[in-house]
Design a binder for this molecule. Structure first.
Ligand SMILES: [Zn+2]
Length: 245
């Protein structure tokens, strides 16, 4: 018997049993970024019943965020996004344990941030941050749920160290990162965040078919989805060395 009525309607969906729900309730997920994708992923994971969430974000809530960052409220303008995110979670599902870190992670400070978490959801907005996270996740054998949005387009894949190709196997890492224009539309962000959340659900419960060695590409302008198949590149400068750490 489920203790919480709020998860009753999760059950019976394509093999989501009480045991699967218990796995969710006992799971811990690290969300990198509390912006657009982070908003959508947080909402979904709290609705599914993920037991513990850690949110990493360095930003503060500003009015220009509201076209896509839908957990944040106007009363929180000027406050840390991680605090605003926690407010939303506490109101929606106070059973979810929340950890926060208002920090810009880099190669020097990330270690304590990722401790205790085996699943990382990449809700950062720039490729520079995403490729850094890819390396960190590989180095410490964390499962990385990648998502990216640009305008009407988005993409999702699930990277499992030593099992699948990594971000660098499917997207060529540039020699130097250029500033990226932030054009993110809420419906596209919500779609990609929803797909990332479905990946988290499948990885935790072991049901369904995660996007392993497949990247879904969503073109919201045309209303089309397509898949890119890829595999671990033996010469990849990121994942080919992951076993050496
Ligand atoms: Zn790779």
């Amino acid at each position: 018997m489920l203790k919480q009525k709020r998860y009753e309607n999760n059950l019976g969906t394509k093999g989501i049993s009480i045991e699967a729900q218990d796995k969710l309730l006992n799971s811990k997920v690290l969300i990198m970024g509390a912006g657009g994708l982070g908003s959508g992923v947080l909402m979904n994971l709290c609705a599914l019943g993920v037991g513990q969430i850690k949110i990493i974000d360095e930003g503060i809530v500003s009015e220009t965020d509201f076209n896509r960052q839908i957990i944040h409220k106007m009363k929180n303008i000027g406050r840390a996004r991680v605090i605003s995110a926690k407010d939303w979670i506490n109101e929606f599902n106070p059973d979810v344990k929340v950890e926060l870190d208002k920090i810009r992670i880099d190669e020097l400070n990330y270690f304590n941030v990722i401790q205790g978490y085996d699943i990382i959801v990449d809700c950062f907005d720039t490729y520079e941050a995403k490729f850094m996270l890819n390396e960190i996740a590989l180095r410490h054998k964390k499962i990385l749920i990648h998502g990216k949005v640009s305008g009407f387009n988005g993409q999702v894949t699930t990277i499992v160290p030593d099992k699948t190709g990594c971000l660098s196997c499917v997207i060529q890492k540039p020699a130097a990162f250029k500033p990226e224009q932030k054009t993110e539309l809420s419906p596209i962000v919500s779609t990609i965040a929803g797909m990332q959340s479905a990946e988290v659900l499948k990885v935790i419960t072991g049901i369904g078919t995660p996007l392993l060695n497949r990247m879904v590409m969503y073109d919201g302008f045309k209303g089309e989805f397509r898949h890119i198949a890829f595999s671990k590149n033996p010469a990849c400068r990121d994942c080919s060395k992951s076993g050496e750490f």
